[in-house]
Design a protein around this ligand. Structure first.
Ligand code: HEM
Length: 209
């Protein structure tokens, strides 16, 4: 198990760097280093920010099952950072849509959100993440107490919605969204399994041999 110092001074900076690396790579491509963004750079940016949001959301959700698997609490210490990075990429994904894709055409944006189901679902997913990002600080956590835990359960419907958003916008091959849906099912299944097992142990009491 990593020590407190190793987590603070090595693992956390490493995870921070890993989370900023995709953004740095996209930035380099925008200014002309690395592979070109191709004939439709706005769509490439949209897709890159979208996929990294989803990956980071799933990484955030993976911390609790990892804690169960290892029997150690330290993976939880990465949850907040991963969640905030997921939200940052989601904000860039939405900003790219508002600024570069729709160029602040509010009528068109509203029409898209109301009339294109995959956009509606993505938008609702993003809105569910907003209160989680706002209340992610220790201050909010202690102010809200038990309600904080209940509020942060919103991450589950949010991730389900954005997986659906991904699946829905695919035109031909649905393999990639299916992989993400599979991962989400595994992560949620691990929690359910752990909670049911915990409940069973509570009702039947510890088994003695
Ligand atoms: C947390 C929230 C969201 C996540 C995780 C997310 C994720 C994704 C993913 C994974 C893709 C496909 C990337 C690919 O093809 O490789 C995508 C595409 C897209 N998303 Fe989102 N999205 C979110 C919210 C939104 C919102 C709020 C909007 C706009 C209101 C939006 C608009 C779009 C558009 C326009 C595309 C591109 C569709 C295309 O290429 O035809 N998304 N998103």
């Amino acid at each position: 198990m990593p020590s407190n110092r190793q987590i603070r001074f090595f693992l956390k900076p490493l995870v921070f760097l890993a989370c900023t690396a995709p953004l740095a790579w996209i930035g380099l491509r925008v200014i002309g280093f690395g592979p070109s963004l191709g004939p439709n750079p706005v769509e490439v940016l949209q897709d890159e920010f979208g996929i990294w949001t989803l990956r980071l959301l799933l990484a955030t959700l993976a911390m609790t099952p990892m804690r169960y698997a290892l029997g150690k609490a330290w993976p939880i210490r990465f949850r907040r950072m991963l969640g905030l990075f997921a939200f940052s990429y989601a904000t860039l994904h939405f900003a790219n849509y508002l600024v570069l894709d729709q160029q602040f055409d509010w009528a068109l944006i509203l029409e898209d959100i109301l009339d294109r189901p995959f956009i509606t679902v993505g938008f609702v997913g993003l809105m569910l993440l907003v209160p989680l990002a706002i209340t992610s600080t220790r201050g909010w956590q202690s102010r809200l107490g038990k309600r904080w835990i209940r509020l942060h359960k919103l991450v589950y419907p949010a991730t389900i919605l954005v997986c659906w958003h991904f699946w829905w916008q695919v035109k031909k091959d649905a393999t990639e969204p299916l992989i993400y849906v599979g991962l989400l099912i595994l992560l949620l299944g691990a929690r359910l399994w752990h909670n049911r097992r915990g409940a069973r142990v509570k009702t039947t009491g510890p088994t003695t041999s």
